[in-house]
Design a protein around this ligand. Sequence first.
Ligand code: AMP
Length: 182
Amino acid sequence: MGMESSMRDLKAVVRTIPDYPKPGIMFRDITTLLGDARSFRRAVDELVHPYAGGKADKVAGIEARGFILGGAVAHQLSAGFVPIRKKGKLPHTTVRVSYLLEYGEDEVEMHADALVEGERVILVDDLIATGGTAGAAVKLLRQLGAEIVAACFVIDLPELGGADKLRADGVEVRTLISFEGH
Ligand code: AMP
């Protein structure tokens, strides 16, 4: 199967839930993709394929859906896995970055010893929208001296500009499928 029809199939297994978690949001639910064996494998294979052959030391996944995809990606690349979590969940000494949400702000954390300077890291999450979350994750990784190989997402919402923002910040961004709107 060609790349285009294969990605069309992937898009077809993402479930869209209008007005969740609040009016006006089209929630792109990947549980239907994860639950389909061929789609899950295809998504992971496509995310990793440019980075096979020892190009990364670690994969950093963003809580919570980035853990599922990032764990599979790390396994496939024979890389270590590092969790990036919402504040207060990691037990050891952490580094922390806060970022703005539509209303208010939030914080993400990593263990301070999760990486050593110069390690090559791939960042993984299910979806990039405004790029606020991934941008904070990039800051955290750079604080610890990581070399960011790429940031990978199954879904892009290009109208929200997050992928372009990350690219402008010098990060290679890989996404598999995109949806119009928010
Ligand atoms: P952002 O920080 O705006 O790029 O938002 C990205 C984070 O929020 C990711 O962890 C996504 O899982 C989640 N997210 C944002 N918008 C949506 C959406 N429309 N459907 C599903 N998840 C979303």
